[in-house]
Design a protein around this ligand. Structure first.
Ligand SMILES: *[C@@H]1O[C@H](CO)[C@@H](O)[C@H](O)[C@H]1NC(C)=O
Ligand SMILES: *[C@@H]1O[C@H](CO)[C@@H](O)[C@H](O)[C@H]1NC(C)=O
Ligand SMILES: *[C@@H]1O[C@H](CO)[C@@H](O)[C@H](O)[C@H]1NC(C)=O
Ligand SMILES: *[C@@H]1O[C@H](CO)[C@@H](O)[C@H](O)[C@H]1NC(C)=O
Ligand SMILES: *[C@@H]1O[C@H](CO)[C@@H](O)[C@H](O)[C@H]1NC(C)=O
Length: 261
């Protein structure tokens, strides 16, 4: 028998446990609005990942966009736990500053920058570089992580500076960078019509503005907020679908019912 269905429980204790249960669900409900609000320029971390050319990533930007520099952004700054979010289509000038996981840190003697278009989501995870939330930054001390699609035919293979004789490798993996929100007219894909916009047959599950910085009207909404899908606070790779997003609500209803008995 459940303790709270005990006939000796007073109405007051039932009410109290009801309230406690209700509050225990609030963190799940309020997650939806806890997106990271970032300024148009600042510091961030940069990692890189393999995005096959012609792949259609989370925003639903055209496959041709992969022929130009693109990046995924960490979930809580991207603004959705699945599909598109406000970051989709935004362009940023990213400048490499230093590696900091290496010992000693590496400060390149050249300044390397790349203008990327955000086309993908880097899922929130408990650790890793896309784990920043409004409650704290990632291990580099930053709230933004740009996961650069690299190698890419549009970015030189020697884009990341290195000192192989000193470190014994050329890939530092994680960089401290500065970022600046820029107009997408600066993006290499800008003059290539096929690289702009979203995949037509994805309809309302794609959102990839040509140049969202130019007009706030062109900013994508949060897919997960709009569809009641909470941000995925689990580990990377697990995507909450609309059907199982109802689970917390059903659990809440069942829990409330059991308290009413
Ligand atoms: C990107 O940043 C670098 C380094 O600050 C700068 O030289 C370059 O002009 C910038 N590019 C754009 C398009 O803002
Ligand atoms: C992200 O992970 C790092 C460890 O990799 C940890 O130090 C940091 O506190 C985590 N940030 C958040 C917001 O959980
Ligand atoms: C990143 O660069 C900024 C500016 O140079 C610096 O203040 C900060 O300490 C650097 N962070 C790391 C983790 O290296
Ligand atoms: C820059 O540093 C690299 C190694 O980190 C070195 O091979 C190269 O000669 C340096 N270039 C200049 C202009 O100092
Ligand atoms: C945004 O849309 C509204 C309503 O359609 C319009 O009045 C406004 O001028 C637009 N703003 C920009 C910057 O395009």
């Amino acid at each position: 028998m459940l303790p709270w269905s005990n006939s000796s429980a007073t109405p007051l204790s039932r009410l109290l446990s009801f309230i406690v249960t209700l509050f225990s669900f609030l963190p799940h409900i309020s997650w939806a609005s806890e997106w990271i609000d970032y300024s148009p320029g600042g510091y961030a971390t940069m990692t890189h990942y393999s995005l096959p050319e012609n792949f259609i990533a989370a925003c639903g930007c055209t496959s041709t966009s992969t022929n130009y520099p693109t990046a995924a952004m960490n979930q809580m700054a991207y603004g959705s736990s699945t599909s598109y979010g406000p970051a989709c289509g935004q362009c940023f000038n990213l400048t490499l500053l230093n590696s900091f996981l290496s010992n000693p840190p590496f400060y390149p003697n050249v300044t390397k920058s790349v203008v990327v278009k955000v086309t993908d989501l880097c899922p929130l995870s408990l650790s890793g570089w896309c784990n920043a939330t409004t409650h704290g930054p990632n291990a580099g001390g930053h709230y933004l992580n740009f996961d650069l699609a690299w190698p890419s035919s549009s970015i030189p293979n020697d884009f990341f500076p290195s000192d192989e004789p000193l470190y014994g490798h050329t890939d530092f993996g994680v960089w401290n960078i500065s970022y600046q929100s820029v107009s997408c007219t600066n993006w290499e894909g800008w003059n290539h019509v096929a690289a702009l916009g979203s995949v037509a047959n994805l309809g309302y599950s794609a959102c990839c503005p040509d140049d969202p910085a130019a007009s706030t009207n062109d900013t994508c909404p949060s897919y997960s907020d709009n569809n009641g899908i909470p941000p995925d606070t689990q580990t990377s790779g697990f995507v909450i679908s609309p059907s199982n997003s109802l689970l917390p609500i059903i659990t809440l209803a069942v829990s409330l019912l059991s308290h009413m008995l």
